[in-house]
Design a protein. Structure first.
Length: 54
């Protein structure tokens, strides 16, 4: 578990200190996404439920 956290932290550090990593990741994301656009499964006219304990 500690190793996974360390790897994730060091990967984030690399991403913050090397802008090319972010640029490459974004380019790959856009290439893989293609023309697909996100469409929410919940209609826009549906409101979130109100909490019961308010």
């Amino acid at each position: 578990m500690h190793n996974a956290a360390q790897i994730m932290a060091l990967s984030a550090l690399d991403a913050f200190t090397t802008p090319q990593i972010i640029e490459d990741a974004r380019a790959e994301f856009i290439k893989n996404k293609g023309n697909h656009t996100y469409k929410a499964a919940i209609p826009s006219n549906v409101e979130a439920p109100k909490p019961l304990n308010v």
